[in-house]
Write a protein that binds this ligand. Structure first.
Ligand code: ATP
Ligand code: MG
Length: 460
């Protein structure tokens, strides 16, 4: 009920003022569905003049779809937020309508239309800008890859070569070594740089989702499928590059389909048998040993050969420690911009601490440590010192100390070796967050012998 503190004489004037002032369109029909009242905002939003609507019935359709008023009159119930497209003006509105009931009798229906065309235009524009921004952020220049070590220079040369040919590239390297950075750099330096670079994280999607994401689907292909179907990422990447990150994670089933796309250069959407040609350069990345995955039957051999036409191995940070000072300085300047700070440098002591760490998380770990240090630094501090760094284990394998048993319990050499072997495996295994493939990689042994040793030393 309305709360009115005015006498009935003022009531009509007040009501008129409200109807005139409101920015939302209001229309009222009587119990037969004949329009009896609209406000000025109605004309503004719908483009229909007062004279053209008063006296017309609700079926005089101003919108695409069913008349809300008729729904209310037949159902005798309010109709909640409904998105409508108004035909004369082309505007999009969100509408609500409710029955007018006086003394228990249905007297008509009132509808309120709120114009959301502006919001819709903005959302569309935002989407467009986001798309452009995505394309821009992937326009890495070769100088964005920091490092002067021989190892990284070699990789940069390979990247330049890869950019010049259309071949499929396979980037191999531990987590955080910069595979994504290199992939986008290849795209940015290639002739396809003006088209999309589309990244797919194969590990993040279930098998069926991955398939519909990659190839798209037809309307009604499965429950939850969008009306009109959906374009797949291969189509998005047409004339550009698709980056299949963590490719070792895709199922054998999807591998077969991927192989077909690479061979035939055409796709079929899920639930359709129409062939769509696509022109896409593929860059794949993995931190697994794909050759071993092939041996163990988890990765198709033919697909492996298809994607490893141009393999590029990115060495772990511990094999190019001389890049650390350069990387640190580039991260300082990056975070200065991001956090609005003014850090000048890092102390020699702090740098030395970084030089003694083993970097299982590679460049990403270094980037995080610098970022975190800069967040916690006081505003008057200008230099990163050891006090800003977290406790880093001195875990460089070469500098590692092996415990020598005391005189009282001199043991056999074999036992000392086993003890230190089991400790070392345990350490690497936990540092890699129990990633067996990576543990084996770091230890330089096969996965099979890692399993054997873990069982022997009861590591889990
Ligand atoms: N040589 C480099 N120069 C500058 N920044 C680098 C370099 N290598 C890596 N980075 C930065 O380190 C972070 C990790 O890199 P990226 O995401 O490319 O690694 P990744 O190999 O894809 O890791 P993961 O396997 O975990 O996905 C990114 O922020 C990236 O910009
Ligand atoms: Mg990555």
């Amino acid at each position: 009920m309305l709360n009115l503190k005015i006498n009935s004489m003022d009531y009509q004037g007040m009501l008129e003022a409200v109807l005139l002032a409101t920015q939302d369109a209001i229309s009222v029909v009587d119990e037969k569905g004949i329009h009896i009242l609209v406000n000025p905002a109605y004309t503004k939003i719908t483009g229909i003049d007062f004279d053209d609507i008063i006296g017309r019935d609700a079926l005089f359709d101003i919108e695409e779809g069913e008349s809300l008023h008729m729904k209310v009159l037949t159902g005798k119930k309010p109709v909640g937020n409904t998105i409508l497209r108004i035909r004369p003006s082309g505007k999009t509105v969100v509408a609500q309508a409710a029955p007018i009931i006086v003394n228990g009798e249905l007297k008509g229906s009132v509808a309120v239309l709120h114009d959301i065309s502006g919001i819709k235009d903005l959302t569309d524009k935002l989407e467009e800008v986001e798309k452009k921004l995505r394309a821009l952020t992937y326009k890495y220049k070769p100088e964005d890859i920091i490092g002067e070590s021989e190892a990284i220079k070699h990789v940069k040369t390979l990247v330049e070569k890869a950019a010049k040919v259309p071949a499929t590239v396979l980037l191999r390297g531990e987590s955080g070594t910069g595979k994504e950075l290199f992939a986008s750099s290849i795209h940015a330096q290639s002739a396809r740089s003006h088209s999309n670079f589309v990244r797919v994280n194969c590990a993040a999607l279930s098998d069926s989702l991955l398939e519909s994401e990659l190839f798209g689907y037809e309307e009604g292909a499965f429950t939850g499928a969008l009306k009109g179907g959906k374009k797949g990422l291969f189509e998005e990447a047409d004339k550009g590059t698709i980056f299949l990150d963590e490719i070792s994670e895709i199922s054998l089933n999807t591998q077969a389909k991927l192989l077909r796309v690479l061979q035939e250069k055409e796709i079929m959407r899920v639930g359709s048998n129409k062939i769509i040609p696509v022109d896409v350069r593929v860059i794949a990345a993995t931190n697994a040993d794909l050759a071993k995955e092939v041996q163990e039957g988890r990765f198709r051999e033919d697909l492996f050969y298809r994607i490893s036409v141009f393999p590029i191995h990115i060495p772990p940070l511990r094999e190019r420690m001389e890049d650390i000072p350069l990387l640190v300085r580039s991260f300082i300047s990056k975070f200065n911009d991001e956090y609005g700070r003014n850090i000048i440098d890092i102390s020699i002591d702090a740098l030395n601490v970084l030089m003694e760490h083993n970097w299982p998380g590679n460049v990403r770990e270094l980037e995080n440590i610098i970022g975190r240090a800069m967040i916690y630094m006081n505003l008057n501090e200008r230099i990163i010192t050891t006090s800003h760094l977290p406790e880093l284990k001195k875990s460089r394998i070469t500098t590692e100390r092996i415990e020598i048993p005391s005189n009282e319990n001199l043991t056999k050499l074999k036992d000392v070796l086993s003890k230190s072997e089991s400790e070392h495996i345990r350490k690497v295994y936990y540092t890699t967050k129990k990633n067996k493939t990576r543990t084996a990689e770091i230890l330089g042994i096969s996965l099979r012998s890692l399993y054997y040793k873990m069982e022997k030393y009861k590591i889990d």
